[in-house]
Design a protein. Structure first.
Length: 436
C-alpha cells in the first residue's frame, strides 16, 4: 500500500489492530456458542466478553514480540489474549484451526471493503449521470480507429460509461455475496472437534454465509472471482480515463481535466496542462489488475490445504482494494470537474468538410436505385478528394457537382443528408435504456 494512493476508511480495514479485533470477535463468538452447547463453561465466554467490554487497545507490538518466538501469528494472538483475560482464556479456539480464524477474517475484510467500493461506485455513477444529462444533446464527433466516423453527443459517451459502471456495480454485489462466507470447521474441514452449529452462529454474528465445504480453507475460486471483478472495474476506469486523455490532446481539446489556480503542468514548459489524473488512473488500473492472476493461481491448493495462497493475499487484499478505492474516488472528481468545450467539438465536427455524413448519402443513393457497390464508389471518390484536401473541400459541393450523383439525387435531397440533428433522434431512447 502506497499512502499517496490510499484513503483512510479503506486503509483502516487492513490495519493490524482492525484484523486482531475481527480475530477476537470470531474467537469470542465461537466460545459463546460452545458454552451454549455445554462444551466449555459459560464463565469462559463471559470472561472474554467482559474483557472486551472494557474496549481494550490491541497491543500489536506485544503480539509481534510473541510471534517472533512462536513463528505463528494466530498462536501469538491467542497467547496475548490469554495474558489479558486470564485462566478462562484456555477455552478459546476449542476444536478450531488457524484457517478458521484467518479465512473468516479475510471474508469480513473483503465484504467490508466491498461496501466501501460499492459506495464509491454509487458516487461515480451519480457524477456521470449528472454530466451525461448536462451534455445529452451536445454534438461531438464519434471516432472509430481514432478516425472521424459519425456524430454522437457527449452525453451519449457518458451514458455508455454509466452503463458500464452500472454493470461493474452489479458484478461487485455478486462478488461480495460470493466472498462473504464463514468457515469454522476445524482441521481438514470435517467438524470432528467443533460442532457445525458454532460455524452457523459465528456466521450469523458477522453477517456471513456458511461455507458448505471448507476443507480447512475457504475454496479460493471465491477469491479469484472477487479479484477478477476488481480487475474488470479497474479496466472500466481505464477505459474512461483513456477517453478523457485522448479528448485532452492539443489537436482535439474537446474536454480537459480541471486545472486549478496555481497548478503547474511542467517543470520546464509553463504552458503545459497535462492529463495527469487520468494518466495516473491508467497506472492504478494496472496495479489492481496485477492482483487477478495471482488470485487465479491461488485456486489450486494442495489437498485439503496449503499456505501458498497466504502470502499472496496479504499483498493483494489490501493493495487491490485500497488502490481501487482511491481510483474510483479520483475518477469521480475528474468527472465532476471535467471541462467540456462544445465549441471545439463543433469545430472538429466540421473539420473534414462534411465527410461525417457520407453514409447517409450512400444509403440515399441505394434507395434511389443504385447498387450498393456503385453508390459506395460514387461517394468514396468524392470523399477522398475532401480527405486529401485536409477538409478544405466540401463533400456536399463535390457531390452536387458530380453528374452521376445528381442523376439520382437532387441538390435539395443531398442537402437534407447533411443535417446534424438527424443523428440524434434516438438519444432519448438510449438515455431511457440507460437511466430508466
Amino acid at each position: 500500500m502506497v499512502p499517496r494512493y490510499a484513503r483512510p476508511a479503506m486503509t483502516a480495514l487492513w490495519e493490524p489492530e482492525a484484523k486482531y479485533r475481527i480475530w477476537f470477535e470470531i474467537e469470542a463468538h465461537a466460545t459463546q456458542k460452545l458454552a451454549d452447547l455445554g462444551v466449555v463453561p459459560q464463565s469462559a465466554a463471559k470472561a472474554l466478553w467482559d474483557w472486551w467490554a472494557t474496549n481494550p487497545t490491541i497491543d500489536v507490538d506485544a503480539i509481534d514480540a510473541i510471534e517472533a518466538v512462536t513463528k505463528h501469528d494466530v498462536i501469538a494472538f491467542l497467547d496475548w489474549v490469554a495474558q489479558q483475560v486470564g485462566e478462562e482464556a484456555r477455552f478459546m479456539h476449542q476444536g478450531m484451526t488457524s484457517s478458521d480464524v484467518l479465512d473468516t477474517t479475510l471474508s469480513v475484510q473483503l465484504a467490508r471493503a466491498s461496501d466501501i467500493l460499492l459506495a464509491d461506485l454509487d458516487g461515480l455513477l451519480a457524477a456521470i449521470k449528472t454530466r451525461a444529462e448536462e451534455h445529452k444533446y451536445t454534438p461531438t464527433i464519434g471516432r472509430s480507429h481514432g478516425i472521424h466516423a459519425e456524430p454522437v453527443t457527449f452525453g451519449l459517451k457518458l451514458a455508455q460509461a454509466y452503463a458500464e459502471f452500472d454493470r461493474c456495480r452489479a458484478r461487485l454485489v455478486a462478488a461480495r455475496a460470493e466472498i462473504a462466507t464463514c468457515a469454522i470447521s476445524g482441521a481438514v474441514g470435517t467438524f470432528a472437534n467443533v460442532d457445525p452449529a458454532v460455524e452457523e452462529y459465528v456466521a450469523e454474528q458477522l453477517g456471513l454465509a456458511i461455507e458448505p465445504v471448507s476443507t480447512q480453507v475457504i475454496p479460493r475460486d471465491r477469491h479469484a472471482m472477487f479479484f477478477a471483478t476488481l480487475g474488470v472495474i479497474a479496466s472500466s476506469i481505464e477505459r474512461l480515463a483513456v477517453e478523457i486523455r485522448h479528448l485532452q490532446r492539443t489537436e482535439v481539446l474537446e474536454a480537459e481535466e480541471y486545472f486549478s489556480p496555481g497548478q503547474k503542468g511542467s517543470s520546464a514548459m509553463p504552458h503545459k496542462r497535462n492529463p495527469i489524473l487520468t494518466e495516473n488512473l491508467t497506472g492504478l488500473a494496472r496495479v489492481v489488475r496485477s492482483a487477478v492472476t495471482p488470485a487465479l493461481e491461488n485456486v489450486a491448493l494442495w489437498h485439503e490445504r496449503d499456505i501458498s495462497h497466504s502470502s499472496v493475499e496479504r499483498y493483494i487484499g489490501p493493495d487491490a482494494t485500497i488502490t481501487l478505492d482511491f481510483a474510483l474516488a479520483r475518477l469521480t472528481g475528474v468527472v465532476e470537474k471535467l471541462l467540456v468545450y462544445p465549441a471545439r467539438m463543433e469545430k472538429n465536427l466540421n473539420r473534414m468538410g462534411g465527410l461525417i455524413h457520407s453514409q447517409r448519402v450512400l444509403l440515399a443513393l441505394t434507395q434511389a436505385g443504385l447498387t450498393r457497390d456503385d453508390a459506395y464508389r460514387l461517394v468514396q471518390r468524392n470523399a477522398m478528394k475532401v480527405w486529401e484536401s485536409d477538409g478544405a473541400l466540401s463533400l456536399l459541393d463535390l457531390l452536387k457537382a458530380d453528374a452521376d450523383v445528381t442523376a439520382a439525387l437532387s441538390a435539395q435531397q443531398l442537402e437534407e443528408k447533411f443535417d446534424l440533428g438527424y443523428h440524434f433522434k434516438h438519444v432519448d431512447t438510449i438515455f431511457a435504456r440507460v437511466f430508466g
